[in-house]
Design a protein around this ligand. Structure first.
Ligand SMILES: Cc1ncc(C[n+]2csc(CCOP(=O)(O)OP(=O)(O)O)c2C)c(N)n1
Ligand SMILES: [Mg+2]
Length: 401
């Protein structure tokens, strides 16, 4: 009894990691056919929700079966560690160890659910907001924070971890994701690309180009819009007149869905199905998650200047971590001892991060010039020489002193 626009998508009942690669190796981007008139693309008018805000389960749905409890228990663990990481990263900005940190507090269900829905061999295209998602994907937190520390590179090797550098130019990752997904399918692989994007960035041209390209060429991309209600100080109402951001997929022929982004069970269910849709060769899928940025845009922003404390408090009642905690306890999958063990794990994770971030990194300023072009331009050669001479002179001065 699924909604009309997703009837062709098979329901997925296995764990996210066990989602089978359904398509044959020979799959190629198909010539786009006109959408079935019956397929329908409109998102459901209400966001998909499987838990009440207090964690009570809602009646089961045929279109979005509940993920297995073990997957949700693992999601909870990663959300707790992720939240502790987020607090630690914010503290590191105050200690001068990080230049800036965009917090994802309040968005834990989205950050963790998204990376649990994909395989290690899939590709993730994150924005600056996704440090928590990347640590939940298993990337070393020190590497994740390298860019925010002020280094010129992203810390991890994107090709090793199938994760692009965190993107600061808004929406450009959508085009990268569409291109990579097309290329992978063209070579007969069934890789899915997961592109994170914020609500504000869906007003950027690159978002529209990426979604359109993916739709026309049936590139297996899941566009995951975290609608956290603000683009720095600009509220959603000043950003779009669309009934919901999920409607932006419809104009390009992309099936789209809204989900309660603070309902961890629904987020995992909807994204798991979106990934299965893309992997099975049906083309892209767009998910809009309704969530809320609990902290300021970054540590350099004062959110009290543009939003009321009451609004923030109202969202505190929909906390995704508390919601999953209540649900898992009711299912008998979590107790005080397990919660304490996970809290200890999170503390140890934060302590290790703190220790390693407090050691002074060794950087070579000349390496700045190494990877700009395969063959450096004459200007770069000149500038490199200038920096080298300045550094040598500074060393000599220190030696004399
Ligand atoms: C092309 C471009 N224009 C402007 C900016 C400046 N900028 C950085 S973050 C941001 C707000 C983005 O909001 P949203 O897409 O909702 O993501 P969020 O920060 O809420 O996760 C803006 C305008 C930028 N980084 N890139
Ligand atoms: Mg936003």
């Amino acid at each position: 009894m699924g909604p009309p626009h997703v009837q062709e998508v098979p329901a997925v009942t296995t764990t996210p990691q066990a989602v089978r690669r359904a398509s044959p190796r020979t799959r190629r981007p198909a010539t786009p056919a006109a959408p079935e008139p019956s397929a329908g693309l409109l998102p459901q008018t209400e966001p998909v929700r499987l838990l009440d805000p207090d964690g009570t389960p809602l009646p089961p749905r045929d279109d979005y079966p509940e993920p297995p409890v073990e997957a949700l228990r693992e999601m909870y663990r990663r959300m707790i560690v992720g939240r502790r990481f987020d607090v630690q990263a914010t503290a590191l900005t105050k200690q001068g160890r990080l230049a800036v940190y965009p917090s994802a507090r309040g968005q834990e269900a989205c950050q963790v659910g998204a990376v649990l829905a994909v395989e290690d061999t899939d590709w993730v295209f994150p924005t600056y907001r996704e440090s928590m998602a990347l640590t939940a994907r298993g990337i070393d937190p020190v590497e994740v924070l390298t860019l925010l520390r002020g280094d010129w590179h992203c810390g991890y090797d994107p090709t090793q971890v199938h994760t692009a550098p965190q993107c600061t130019p808004l929406a450009t990752q959508c085009v990268h994701a569409a291109g990579l997904a097309y290329g992978e399918a063209y070579q007969g692989r069934d890789t899915v690309a997961l592109a994170f994007i914020g609500d504000g960035a869906t007003s950027e041209g690159d978002f529209h180009e990426g979604v359109n390209f993916a739709a026309v060429f049936k590139a297996p991309v899941v566009f995951f819009v975290q609608n956290n209600k603000y683009a720095i100080s600009v509220p959603l109402s000043r950003q779009t007149a669309a009934p919901s951001l999920a409607y932006k997929g419809v104009g390009y022929g992309v099936p789209s869905e809204q989900v309660d982004g603070n309902d961890p069970v629904a987020v995992l269910a909807v994204l798991t199905r979106a990934v299965a849709h893309a992997r099975a060769g049906h083309g892209p899928f767009l998910v809009e998650a309704h969530t809320y940025r609990m902290e300021a845009h970054t540590n350099a922003d004062d959110a009290s200047r543009y939003r009321d404390a009451d609004e923030v408090e109202a969202w505190r009642d929909r906390d995704p971590v508390a919601r999953l905690d209540t649900y898992l306890r009711a299912r008998g999958a979590l107790d005080d001892a397990a919660v304490a063990a996970i809290a200890d794990e999170a503390e140890a994770y934060a302590a290790d991060l703190r220790d390693r971030m407090n050691t002074q990194p060794t950087v070579d300023p000349l390496s700045l010039f190494d990877h700009v072009y395969a063959e450096p331009t004459p200007q770069l050669v000149e500038q490199r020489e200038q920096v080298r001479a300045e550094l040598a002179a500074a060393r000599d001065e220190e030696g004399d002193a």
